[in-house]
Design a protein around this ligand. Structure first.
Ligand SMILES: [Zn+2]
Length: 245
């Protein structure tokens, strides 16, 4: 049973091309998935930013109402003070007004802080909107690009698969099961060239007998890693200095 080095070289190239195409076919949907996740993150950030803005806005409205209430109360106390005739009552009212003013002043500071916070949250809201829009835009572009790529990759994949089928049909029948076993186990890494006189996959030095078998176009598997070996260039038994026969 013999198999030409050329046939094995072709098979290896075909398997490598198919592996590359499979990798690229897998990558597209992963890129789309990553884009979708970015959009989801953007939506969540926007929802959070909206919620934070709304909550602070409500707190601020509430504080402003409290402040107005205190001011009305202070005005009321001042009016009472003006109408007051008794010293004792006068002092009490004066103290109450001072306390109200003190409380109002604290509340005013809080209202100002809240308004500043609302400004910052409005900025964050705008940023979240912009980044969500950007993520959606990018996802759309990725989907478009991947869609086009997948079509041409699938065409290539079908063409190379045809080529593989034709190449495999030419293999000797009694070799096919060994070949299929190594491909099933290792894919495109199931074949390796003999580089110099070592296995191109695991770099184990190949015995003179193994080299001879290769020159005789016999199917040879590396004893160390199990790869189906082939010669990079066509050579004859006589070219091999270590030839034992
Ligand atoms: Zn090896």
């Amino acid at each position: 049973m013999t198999i030409s080095a050329q046939a094995l070289r072709d098979l290896h190239r075909i398997h490598q091309q198919l592996a590359d195409l499979r990798g690229r076919l897998d990558r597209g949907p992963k890129q789309i998935q990553a884009g979708r996740q970015a959009v989801e993150r953007g939506e969540k950030q926007l929802a959070d930013a909206k919620e934070a803005w709304k909550k602070t806005r409500m707190e601020s409205d509430d504080q402003q109402m409290q402040l107005e209430g205190r001011e009305t109360k202070t005005e009321d106390l001042k009016r009472k003070l003006n109408e007051c005739k008794r010293n004792e009552e006068y002092k009490i009212l004066k103290d109450q007004i001072a306390a109200e003013k003190q409380a109002s002043s604290v509340l005013e500071d809080e209202v100002l802080d809240k308004l500043e916070k609302i400004d910052r949250l409005s900025e964050r809201l705008k940023e979240a909107e912009a980044s969500l829009e950007k993520a959606r835009d990018q996802l759309e572009k990725t989907q478009e690009r991947v869609g086009e790529q997948q079509v041409s990759l699938e065409i290539d994949f079908a063409r190379i698969t045809d080529e593989l089928n034709r190449a495999e049909a030419g293999l000797p029948a009694d070799f096919k099961s060994d070949y299929q076993r190594v491909i099933r186990a290792h894919g495109d890494r199931g074949l390796a060239p003999a580089e110099g006189e070592s296995c191109g996959s695991c770099f184990t030095i190949l015995s003179p007998q193994t080299m001879n078998d290769l020159y005789l176009s016999k199917p040879v598997f590396c004893r160390s890693c199990g790869c189906l070996l082939y010669l990079l260039e066509d050579r004859k038994v006589g070219d091999h200095a270590g030839s034992s026969d």
